[in-house]
Design a protein around this ligand. Structure first.
Ligand SMILES: *Cc1c(COP(=O)(O)O)cnc(C)c1O
Length: 395
C-alpha cells in the first residue's frame, strides 16, 4: 500500500496511528445532526478515544466529554472544554476533591458512594446523578456486559428501593439518572433497553427533581447501517415523557472508521501447511496486537487490511504477527494475488478508537507515532515516542 484515501504513506515512520480528520468530521456531522434534531447533548467518552490533538475539532460539534477517572476528567476540562462529566465505579477520598474541581456533573455507582460524597459534590456546584442497572442488556460477551448478575455497575431497582427505605432523603439533590447497557449496538437495542429501564425506574424518572437522563455509550451511531431515525425517536420519547435533557456518551462512534494503523513487514518466513490444505507464510510486522491494538486479542477480532482477501482465497496467504515474544501475538491470516515483500506497507482500518488509549510498551516495543491528516496541513506528526516513554513507566 503506497497510499490510503489519497494520503501518501511512503515517508511514514512505522508503526503509526494515522487519523484522517476528514473522516472524523464526517462522524461529527452525523452526531451534530442528532443533537440538532433532538435537543440531546452528546459527550465524547474519552475512554474510547482521547486523541486530544483533535479535541478543538470535536468540541465544535459535541457538548463536552465524559471521563471514567480523574485524569480523563482533567484532560477533558483542559483540552476540550464544554461540559465535563464523570462516572467512576468508585471514587476515593484521595481523588474526589480534585475531581469536583474539574467536573460539572458526577455520576455515582452505588448508594454508599452517593451517601458519602453527595453533599460535597453539591457544595462544589456539581450536578449529581445516579447510575441505575435495569438488569437487561443484549451484549453477548460478558466482558462487555455491565448488566450480568452480580455486576458491579449501577443500582438495581431492589437496591434503590431498599436504600430509600433506609434513607428517604437519599435522592434529594440528585438531578440525573444514568444507565449504560450497550456495546457496539444499533438503536433497536436501545429501544428495548429503554423499555426495561422504564419498566424498572419510570417512577424515578418522573420525579420533578430529575432534569437529565444519560443513555451511556455503546451506540454505534456512525456505522453505515445504524438506524438514526429510531435513535431520534428513542431520545424524543424519553425527553418528552420525563421533561428531561437527554445525554448520550459514545466513545467508539466518534472515532469509528476514522483511523489507520500503518505498519511494515519486517520478515517473511517459509510457507507451512496449517491444516485443511491451507499454506501460510508467517510474517512479522513492526506493530503488535498485544502492544498496539490489544482489542484484537481481547475482543477478539481480526482487523481489516486494505487490499487483502480472506486466507486461501488468493494465491499467497500470510499470517501476520507482532514483534513480541508472545506466541499469541497474532493479528490474523490474509491473502493476496501477488507475493508480499519485506518492507511492504500494510494498512489496517478502523484503528482510531480503543487503540491509542489501550497501548502499552510490553516487550520494550516502541509505541506507534500518532499522526493526523487534513487537506490543509497534509500529514502532521502529532507525537512520536521513544526509549524514554518506555523507561519512564518503569523503575
Ligand atoms: C465505555 C463507556 C462509554 C463509551 O462506550 P462506547 O462503547 O465507546 O460508546 C460510555 N459510558 C460509559 C459509562 C462507559 O463505561
Amino acid at each position: 500500500m503506497k497510499e490510503v484515501n489519497g494520503i501518501n504513506l511512503e515517508n511514514i515512520h512505522t508503526p503509526a496511528y494515522l487519523l484522517d480528520e476528514r473522516l472524523l468530521v464526517k462522524n461529527l456531522d452525523l452526531l451534530k445532526r442528532v443533537e440538532d434534531e433532538t435537543g440531546a447533548k452528546i459527550l465524547l467518552a474519552q475512554k474510547g478515544f482521547s486523541m486530544f490533538h483533535v479535541y478543538p475539532i470535536i468540541s465544535k460539534y459535541l457538548a463536552g466529554t465524559t471521563a471514567s477517572s480523574f485524569y480523563e476528567a482533567k484532560l477533558g476540562a483542559e483540552e476540550f472544554g464544554g461540559e465535563t462529566h464523570i462516572f467512576e465505579p468508585a471514587y476515593s477520598d484521595e481523588d474526589i476533591d480534585q475531581i469536583l474541581e474539574v467536573a460539572d456533573s458526577i455520576v455515582f455507582n452505588s448508594i454508599a458512594q452517593l451517601g458519602k460524597y453527595k453533599e460535597k459534590a453539591l457544595a462544589a456546584g456539581c450536578e449529581v446523578g445516579l447510575r441505575v442497572n435495569p438488569e437487561y442488556a443484549e451484549v453477548e460477551k460478558d466482558l462487555y456486559n455491565p448488566c450480568i448478575p452480580g455486576s458491579r455497575f449501577g443500582v438495581t431497582r431492589a437496591v434503590l428501593d431498599a436504600g430509600l427505605a433506609a434513607n428517604p432523603d437519599l435522592l434529594d439533590g440528585v438531578s440525573g439518572i444514568h444507565f449504560h447497557c450497550m456495546c457496539e449496538q444499533n438503536s433497536d437495542t436501545l429501544d428495548h433497553v429503554l423499555d426495561h429501564v422504564e419498566e424498572k425506574f419510570a417512577e424515578y424518572f418522573s420525579m420533578d427533581s430529575i432534569k437529565w437522563i444519560n443513555f451511556g455509550g455503546g451506540h454505534h451511531i456512525t456505522r453505515p447501517d445504524y438506524d438514526i431515525e429510531l435513535l431520534e425517536k428513542c431520545i424524543k420519547r424519553m425527553a418528552d415523557k420525563y421533561h428531561a435533557q437527554i445525554y448520550l456518551e459514545p466513545g467508539e462512534a466518534v472515532g469509528l472508521n476514522t483511523g489507520f494503523m500503518i505498519t511494515k513487514i519486517t520478515d517473511i518466513r517459509e510457507p507451512v501447511e496449517v491444516g485443511d490444505g491451507l499454506i501460510v507464510r508467517p510474517a512479522i510486522l513492526d506493530a503488535s496486537a498485544a502492544c498496539h491494538m490489544p482489542d484484537v486479542l481481547e475482543v477478539p477480532y481480526k482487523p481489516e487490511i486494505i487490499g487483502a482477501k480472506e486466507p486461501g482465497q488468493a494465491a499467497y496467504t500470510y499470517r501476520f504477527g507482532g514483534n513480541t515474544c508472545l506466541a499469541g501475538d497474532i493479528i490474523g491470516d490474509y491473502s493476496w494475488d501477488h507475493e508480499l515483500n519485506i518492507g511492504d506497507i500494510i494498512v489496517m482500518t478502523d484503528m482510531a478508537h480503543y487503540s491509542m488509549v489501550k497501548n502499552n510498551t510490553f516487550n520494550g516495543l516502541r509505541l506507534p507515532d500518532i499522526l493526523s491528516y487534513n487537506n490543509t496541513d497534509g500529514i502532521k506528526i502529532v507525537r512520536s515516542f521513544g526509549y524514554e516513554d518506555f523507561k519512564n513507566r518503569l523503575s
